[in-house]
Design a protein around this ligand. Structure first.
Ligand SMILES: CC(C)(COP(=O)(O)OP(=O)(O)OC[C@H]1O[C@@H](n2cnc3c(N)ncnc32)[C@H](O)[C@@H]1OP(=O)(O)O)[C@@H](O)C(=O)NCCC(=O)NCCS
Ligand SMILES: [Zn+2]
Length: 223
């Protein structure tokens, strides 16, 4: 019986890259990471250990991706993204990089690679971005923040904030485990959210104050 040809190409014993994936020059991929069908990782990108890059994902050049990151199918991670350890990027999420995009100059000539004004998108450790969200250029997303599916993230998000909508608004705080925090303890120094899982979560005072009295119905702008 003819042996089935493997569809897996391995760049090292501990890295799995599907045969159809395109990995450009200078890319570094940490042990235990997997890159699935038709994904493209552009030059000089660094991917940490134990990451899962799903199907048809695009990761632009010079991107920095930490350990234990999951990037789901069809996500578009444009230059320049800095993604910390443990981040979850949902399916079809789109990072944007040019706030005022144009294909041509005022005289009709085509723009060159030097005509783009790109800015960095930073995603903090453990944060999650729901499926089909769009992240505007220059936005920073705090640690363990959670953006609901379809969020249009136009401004910075504090750590542990729960946001969703278009434009994304803060609707509360979430724990490291992802559950919404229902109980808060306030002192002069700190505000701590008590998750039902037992963890204590420090929350941003200004955001917390703005949520009081109307949460979760009252919506506040992101900073
Ligand atoms: C944001 C999220 C965590 C909120 O969960 P939740 O706190 O349990 O929220 P609820 O389901 O109780 O909904 C509360 C309200 O928010 C609205 N809502 C919930 N998620 C929303 C979203 N993503 N966008 C807009 N509105 C949303 C609900 O319609 C509801 O509105 P109402 O009070 O007017 O009825 C969740 O809905 C979500 O989007 N998760 C991400 C899923 C995802 O993309 N996973 C990716 C891998 S498959
Ligand atoms: Zn918890």
């Amino acid at each position: 019986m003819a042996q089935k040809k493997s569809k897996i190409r391995k760049s090292s014993p501990k890295v799995l890259i599907h045969k159809t994936a395109i990995i450009e020059d200078g890319v570094v991929i940490g042990e235990g990471s997997k890159i699935w069908h038709f994904s493209q990782v552009r030059k000089n990108t660094k991917i940490g250990k134990n990451c899962v890059i799903g199907k048809s994902v695009f990761i632009d050049f010079d991107s920095e991706i930490g350990d234990n990151v999951k990037i789901q199918n069809h996500a578009l991670v444009y230059h320049k993204a800095i993604i910390s350890d443990g981040v979850f990027i949902g399916p079809n999420v789109c990072f944007t990089n040019d706030k005022i995009p144009r294909a041509i100059n005022p005289d009709g000539s085509i723009k060159s690679a030097n005509d783009w004004h790109v800015s960095v998108i930073n995603i903090g450790q453990g944060a999650s971005i729901g499926g089909h969200s769009v992240i505007l250029p220059g936005v920073s997303i705090g640690e363990f923040a959670l953006a609901g599916s379809g969020s249009v993230i136009t401004k910075d998000i504090p750590s542990f904030a729960l946001v969703y909508g278009n434009p994304a608004r803060i609707h509360g705080f979430v724990c490291r485990c992802g559950k919404k925090i229902k109980e808060f303890h306030e002192s002069d120094e700190v505000i701590v959210g008590k998750c039902e899982c037992g963890l204590n979560i420090p929350v941003d005072r200004e955001t917390y104050k703005n949520l009081q009295g109307g949460e979760p119905k009252r919506r506040i702008w992101l900073r």
